[in-house]
Design a protein around this ligand. Structure first.
Ligand code: IVH
Length: 700
């Protein structure tokens, strides 16, 4: 009988090689996922990442048996389930009791101490405090370090199986990190969250599709997780933060404290609630609560209190649970930032793009320490959905933003005969008819000469998102427009000091400063900032960058067809159409002609390089600690037409090195790339020939 060794069979050999490579790729991709999604420190470009990912995909397609449960390719979702199955939790998932004041918290802590067995002398010693996350609880099972199952909390006893959906959550380890050994089985509990940013993006997409908005990030997270089509979950950007332990097999580590457990979670690759810390006594607990309350708006997600847990796990076990909640942990809730007030009026504002936004004018009410008199309502559908009417008693809520949301009317208090709100059919600013495009939730005023649109466009032109002209504020723009002296952004650049001095509260010094600032902006404007300043719909800074990289100036951009525009990265049919619409509009063309005559006509980097010398069209990289924010230098360099790089290569023209520059400096020196310090960089911007720049001594 013929003997087959593993490697004399070509098929087996190919399979073996593929298996080894797939293992490498999985580890590598998992590492890059973590660097990107959790540590915010990517090491490779998106393209390089995609290449690794596609290679793994190809192997798994050719050898389906190599498709493991922890493969990062499983994160894209795509499994479509007929319904969500349910499954009992191995250990019940309890809720938490709430307290609402320092007194209630102290009473809780005292009860906990009393419940402790004599042996510990009634000492709870330390409390672990971390933010109470406003998402939905979920339990993840790992078998020998590999994620195998996820259950929602459900009713605490039985949860819904959301394994495939949880695999798409980018910061959830599909395999525990580190060398192990890992427990044979461990259930890790935590909260599934949608960060504010993803929440806002999701609602913007819902608006664009004419679909219902989500009321808050918690509902959005729950709706996104409990999807039958997991590709939908994958597109929603959910996260998981681990905060407690469920059941563990007997071989699991014998953790002694909750803080030790949290360290272990972090070492295994979990994100944990930020700011978690130990409180050694009541005073520290109070201080900790106050700190979280003060900082809650700075977190990227919503929290609604602070959870305190006895740190000693033995003590936790000893005092156990009541019928519904642990005795060793409690949620101290923040005072509500909901309030009831009366809706005086619904007014409709007109934005820069002509979109009409309803705003609620309220009877002033104090909300979490701030007096509030206005709230946002998003659009007509939202008002309809909530059935809000002028004169209603309404509940408002302040979440992260300073401007609160209207949650809805108090119907029981509705005075009789309040008419339904009717969205205006004409623009409240100029009176022309408003339009609502099919499939869009927004109403628009399309009159380009609408005073509200003009004011906002001019503001945008000079704002940080545009040419970033210092010293021109909203009040001033309003004054200039009202006087009839300014009707387009171009008019700003023809203002004289004498004219400005004729306006209220404009002295000689501030008038001169305004003229100087405008002149500086006019001379230094780069193409990217200029395109962004025009406020073309759907064209923000990122798209402006793409366009400026491709087209030498506005003439070139104006002559690009919609088809050609769509060949650019990030430019789809909608963006291409908005760009075309912009150039086809007579008023916009005439604005461009006016600014061209004024000498405000930026060119593409390389052409600028010939025109102006020095930094334009060259490549610059910043490294080390600089005396001003890196972002500010980046903008200065870009305004001068330079491209800012992220790594050292032969193509780099200058490295600008601050303190502690590290390996980039060594690499640049090795490649013979000129190194400047900050002063050198500023001199370069001021137009000094780089040849004349002394290379100041930069510490290695
Ligand atoms: S620990 C036995 N820590 O709040 C206690 N729970 O209202 C285990 N929650 O369903 C829970 N943030 O899912 C803990 N930092 C945090 C939390 C947290 C939110 C959830 C928890 C529970 C709910 C109770």
């Amino acid at each position: 009988m013929q003997q087959y060794s593993l490697f004399s069979d070509p098929a087996a050999e190919a399979h073996g090689k593929a298996a080894a490579r797939a293992g490498e790729l999985r580890a590598e991709i998992t590492r890059h996922n973590r660097l990107y999604h959790q540590l915010d420190a990517p090491e490779i470009t998106d393209e390089a990442y995609d290449a690794l990912y596609r290679e793994l995909e190809a192997i798994e397609k050719e050898f389906p048996d190599l498709r493991t449960e922890d493969s990062p390719t499983r994160r894209v979702g795509g499994a479509v389930l007929p319904y969500l199955e349910t499954m009992p939790h191995r250990e019940r998932m309890y809720g938490l009791d709430n307290v609402f004041s320092a007194e209630e918290w102290a009473a809780f802590a005292e009860r906990a101490a009393k419940a402790l067995p004599e042996a510990s002398g009634g000492e709870t010693s330390c409390w672990w405090a971390d933010p109470k996350l406003d998402g939905l609880a979920c339990e993840i099972t790992y078998v020998n370090g590999v994620m195998t199952q996820a259950l929602t909390r459900g009713d605490g006893e039985v949860g819904e199986v959301v394994t495939e959906a949880m695999r798409t959550v980018r910061n959830l380890p599909l395999r525990l990190e580190g060398p192990g050994p890992f427990p044979e089985r461990i259930d890790i509990r935590g909260e599934v969250l949608m960060f504010r940013r993803e929440f806002e993006e999701l609602n913007a997409r819902q608006d664009a599709l004419g679909q219902k908005r989500f009321a808050n990030p918690r509902n959005a997270a729950a709706g996104s997780l409990r999807q039958l089509d997991t590709a939908v979950t994958a597109s929603r950007g959910l996260r998981f933060l681990a905060y407690s332990l469920g059941s563990v097999s007997e071989d699991g580590p014998a953790w002694e404290t909750h803080s030790g457990l949290m360290k272990a979670f972090a070492a295994w690759g979990f994100d944990t609630p930020p700011g978690g810390s130990l409180c050694r006594n009541a005073d520290e607990a109070l201080a900790c609560f106050a700190r979280f309350e003060a900082e809650r708006d700075e977190l990227p997600f919503e929290i609604d209190g602070v959870v305190f847990k006895i740190d000693d796990l033995e003590a936790q076990r000893a005092i156990g649970f009541t019928a519904r909640a642990p005795r060793f942990a409690v949620a101290w809730k923040f005072t509500s930032r909901k309030a009831e007030t009366r809706l005086r009026r619904l007014v409709v504002q007109v934005g820069r793009t002509g979109v009409l936004t309803p705003v609620a004018e309220l009877e002033p009410v104090s909300l979490g320490g701030v007096v509030v008199s206005r709230a946002t309502l998003h659009n007509e559908d939202e008002i309809r959905r909530l059935d809000i009417r002028e004169g209603d008693a309404v509940i408002i809520q302040r979440a992260g933003d300073v401007i609160p949301d209207v949650l809805g009317p108090v119907l029981a208090k509705r005075p009789e005969g309040l008419p339904e709100f009717r969205f205006p059919e004409t623009c409240p600013s100029c009176g022309s008819p408003v339009f609502r495009r099919e499939g869009e939730s927004a109403h628009r005023c399309v009159n380009l000469a609408c005073p509200a649109v003009v004011r906002r466009s001019i503001m945008h032109f000079v704002s940080k998102a545009g040419l970033d002209v210092d010293g021109i504020g909203e009040k001033m723009v309003e004054m200039l427009i009202e006087s009839g002296r300014v009707a387009t952004p171009a008019d700003l650049f023809t203002l004289t000091k004498e004219e400005l001095m004729g306006f209220d509260r404009m002295g000689e010094v501030s008038a001169a400063k305004c003229v100087d600032m405008l002149d500086l902006a006019r001379r230094n404007a780069g193409l990217v900032r200029f395109i962004a300043a025009l406020g073309i719909r759907q064209v923000g800074e990122q798209t402006a960058r793409t366009l400026a990289a491709r087209y030498s100036d506005m003439d070139a951009l104006a002559s690009a067809s919609a088809e050609e525009l769509q060949t650019l990265p990030d430019v789809g049919p909608e963006v291409a159409r908005c760009i075309r619409d912009f150039f086809e509009n007579e008023a916009n063309r005439s604005l461009l002609e006016s600014v061209r005559l004024l000498g405000l006509w930026p060119r593409h980097e390389e052409q600028r390089a010939q025109a102006q010398g020095a930094p334009a069209g060259r490549r610059i990289l910043f490294t080390g600690t600089l005396s001003r924010p890196r972002d500010e230098y980046r903008r200065m360099a870009e305004a001068a037409g330079a491209a800012v790089m992220s790594g050292v290569s032969k193509k780099l023209d200058w490295l600008v090195a601050g303190d502690d520059p590290g390996s980039k400096l060594e690499k640049a020196r090795a490649l013979g790339i000129p190194v400047l310090d900050e002063e050198g960089f500023l001199a370069l911007l001021a137009g000094t020939d780089p040849q004349d720049l002394q290379r100041n001594d930069v510490p290695v």
